[in-house]
Design a protein around this ligand. Sequence first.
Ligand SMILES: Nc1ncnc2c1ncn2[C@@H]1O[C@H](COP(=O)(O)OP(=O)(O)OP(=O)(O)O)[C@@H](O)[C@H]1O
Ligand SMILES: [Mg+2]
Length: 268
Amino acid sequence: MTLLSPIPQNSAVNPVFSPPLATEVALSMTNLSFVYPDGTEVLRQLHLSLQAGERVGVLGPNGAGKTTFFKLLCGLLRPTQGAVTLFDQSVAFGRFRSDLGFVFQNPDDQLFSASVWEDIAFGPQNMGLSAEQVEERVAMAMALTGTQSLAQRMPHHLSGGEKRMVAIATIVAMQPSLIIYDEPSANLDLRARRRLIQYLLHSEETFLVASHDLEMILEVCDRVVLLNNGHIVVDGDPSEIMQDRALMESHGLEVPYSLAGRELKSGG
Ligand SMILES: Nc1ncnc2c1ncn2[C@@H]1O[C@H](COP(=O)(O)OP(=O)(O)OP(=O)(O)O)[C@@H](O)[C@H]1O
Ligand SMILES: [Mg+2]
């Protein structure tokens, strides 16, 4: 676990983020800062690098800036300072990239067509794929997310859990190399949450996931970063970070139940 203090303006990138040789950097950013037009300062000089294949959880209290951070990574917001690079290409503000998928915090922001099938087909169609390829992509995305039976339903008539999996299918159909999930388990019942966790465990893409569902993060991520007060406070192993009670509580979080048990046992 690496506790990170705010990085001074002129410092070089923290060596902890140097990618090992012979691995592909999926996502990197330097000096990423963001202030909303009304003056709300959300992120201050973030430095972060993700290797291809990493599954990274983003923790932080309400208002820490997780969603803002994700929108910057996707080019939905323009950084006030700094830049984001995805697979060696700069992320440009407002420019769609099919190799990067963003599953919104609210599925209603993602679903807009008259049927689930059309919503899932929208991405592949806009990538210029043939009708046959679109059919294949939709079938693949539905099979992966378990949404086949919903194909002809109206998205806005679905339950919260059904909408969530369809929203994920609309992204999976584009086969992005990196997927960003913003609070994907929010409002899911136990069975739908378990299906989501199984899906994430078996997914092959690099992903970033923000969630207050710390047990889910523990199950699906191999690295976490904790965001608060505009900075990445800590970056490292999920269970090591999440069982640090003082650290968690000082950032408005709790040690997850499964780790609190372990902590008691190790303490005798
Ligand atoms: N359009 C906006 N204009 C001004 N301030 C905003 C805007 N959108 C968000 N903010 C502020 O930016 C800060 C970070 O918000 P953000 O939604 O990124 O947090 P979050 O970590 O995703 O929180 P949550 O856990 O509640 O989803 C908050 O203080 C929020 O009030
Ligand atoms: Mg959010």
